[in-house]
Design a protein around this ligand. Structure first.
Ligand code: SAM
Ligand code: SF4
Length: 437
């Protein structure tokens, strides 16, 4: 449908946007029509609808987190990654449990309450037992309230252990659904097995993970094909389990030491990335769309107005990267703003920065989360909990320069909320922590 030049095409796109605004999952014909759309004027309508869908589901809150890289010792050879075995110049490191706690403590001191543990794949270094110890030590010794994990696929048995250690979301990217490209890009190690990677979400869900995070590494193959395949995969999970991915990430290929991937063949432009974010939002209205610091600050700010709902901030992509400079990075970071700078910018954009972890504490996951989101009940939880988390941040972590700006945002938002929220805010001001609904 490249250009919309007749009324029936225009009506079809309008029907798709209306369906999504009613918070229904799109079918693959509808997704293909959006992927194929090449009409700037109509894309503006699509972006507007994506933003409205996001606000219907989540209100104005944007969730913030940081990645904590545990290891860059890897037995795989993914041609695009700085951690690959083929990168002979890499300086390798796996954090000790104590070092992982120190990094988490550093981040909790900045105000983060949610971390994504990231690790390369190494049977001796980063197996499930290591994750169990890291999670136990971080939960016991720091103010971090929820850990997610982006690590190598596991068996159902090991996923059960990972889940029992308190990991909230298990995240893993297919990288590419295109089999010939996958085989070329993953020549060695366990990751070379395409079918095993494709089944990872089934194994995680069967082990009890109701919240799984999915994605493709944009830039490895034609994004149009990959986006269609990822949504098809998500729909299959919804049909089978009653819920699909909790989050979809949009990692875009970055330069990395030792990378052997040609950047230009399947380059995803900024404009393409905007389309992809909007398509994910519209296709799966209740999904969390996650933007990492791979992207530049100005682009990340723009993506938040067209469907993105979670962003990392102040990230380092090497183990020991927060406390010291760290060893080899996985890839170059495009947005080096601190958590405080990102929070301040979100407030200026009229959004509510959120350090909330309430859903994990209240057990709102999987199908229950989807039903609440679809009935537009999540946004009340999200807005109030975001404001409570922001109040904590102001009390405990914020610099004096930013306090006034954030207090004003709180005051404006509280005036629109219920009386109960004022009482809860008072409790936070008195020193009570982790108050949420
Ligand atoms: N090792 C695990 C794996 O490969 O699934 C998980 C951690 S890996 C460090 C996290 C993700 O980083 C990968 O799934 C890949 O999509 C992404 N990544 C790797 N190299 C990248 C690059 N050069 N630019 C952007 N993202 C990259
Ligand atoms: Fe290792 Fe993951 Fe990097 Fe592949 S993407 S080399 S598995 S860390």
């Amino acid at each position: 449908m490249k250009h919309i030049n007749n009324n029936s095409d225009r009506k079809f796109i309008k029907d798709i946007l209306d369906k999504s605004l009613d918070l229904h999952v799109l079918n693959l014909t509808e997704v293909s029509a959006l992927i194929d759309l090449d009409d700037r004027e109509v894309w503006e309508e699509v972006y507007d609808a994506a933003n409205r869908v996001k606000e219907k589901v989540y209100g104005k809150r944007v969730v913030l987190f940081a990645p904590l890289y545990l290891s860059n010792e890897c037995m795989n050879d993914c041609l695009y990654c700085g951690f690959r075995t083929g990168n002979k110049n890499a300086r390798r490191k796996s954090l000790t449990i104590n070092e992982a706690v120190q990094e988490a403590e550093f981040l909790s001191g900045k105000g983060y309450r949610r971390l994504l543990l990231v690790a390369s794949e190494h049977t001796k270094r980063t197996g499930v037992e290591y994750f169990e110890k890291v999670a136990d030590a971080i939960y016991s010794n720091t103010d971090i309230r929820i850990l997610h994990a982006n690590t190598a696929p596991m068996s159902v048995r090991n996923f059960k252990k990972l889940k029992a250690s308190g990991i909230g979301v298990y995240q893993c990217f297919q990288e590419t659904y295109h089999i010939p490209s996958y085989r070329y890009l993953h020549p060695a190690g366990t990751k070379a097995d395409y079918a095993s990677r494709l089944g990872v979400m089934d194994r995680a869900i069967e082990a009890g993970f109701e919240d799984v995070g999915m994605g493709v590494l944009l830039g490895l193959y034609d994004w149009r094909w990959e986006v269609g395949a990822l949504i098809a995969h998500s729909r299959r999970l919804i049909n089978k389990y009653g819920f699909g991915p909790h989050t979809l990430s949009v990692p875009r290929l970055q330069p990395a030491e030792g990378s052997e991937v040609d950047f230009d063949t399947f380059r995803v432009s900024d404009e393409d990335l905007k389309k992809i974010v909007a398509i994910y939002r519209l296709a799966l209205p209740y999904v969390g769309v996650v933007i990492s610091t791979r992207e530049r600050a100005d682009l990340r700010d723009a993506l938040l107005s067209i469907g993105a709902s979670q962003i990392s901030a102040g990230s380092r992509t090497s183990p020991w990267g927060y406390i010291e400079k760290g060893d080899t990075e996985q890839f170059e970071v495009g947005d080096s703003r601190s958590l405080e700078e990102v929070i301040s910018k979100l407030a200026d954009l009229g959004m509510i920065p959120s350090l909330c972890t309430a859903c994990y504490r209240e057990g709102r996951s999987g199908e229950q989360f989807r039903t609440l989101a679809q009935n537009e009940k999540m946004k009340k939880f999200c807005n109030e909990n975001a404001l409570l988390s922001l109040k904590e941040y102001i009390e405990d972590n914020c610099s004096d320069d930013e306090k006034e700006n954030l207090e004003k945002l709180l005051k404006d938002e509280i005036s629109k909320s219920s009386n109960g929220l004022i009482e809860k805010m008072k409790l936070v001001a008195q020193g009570k922590r982790d108050i949420h609904t």
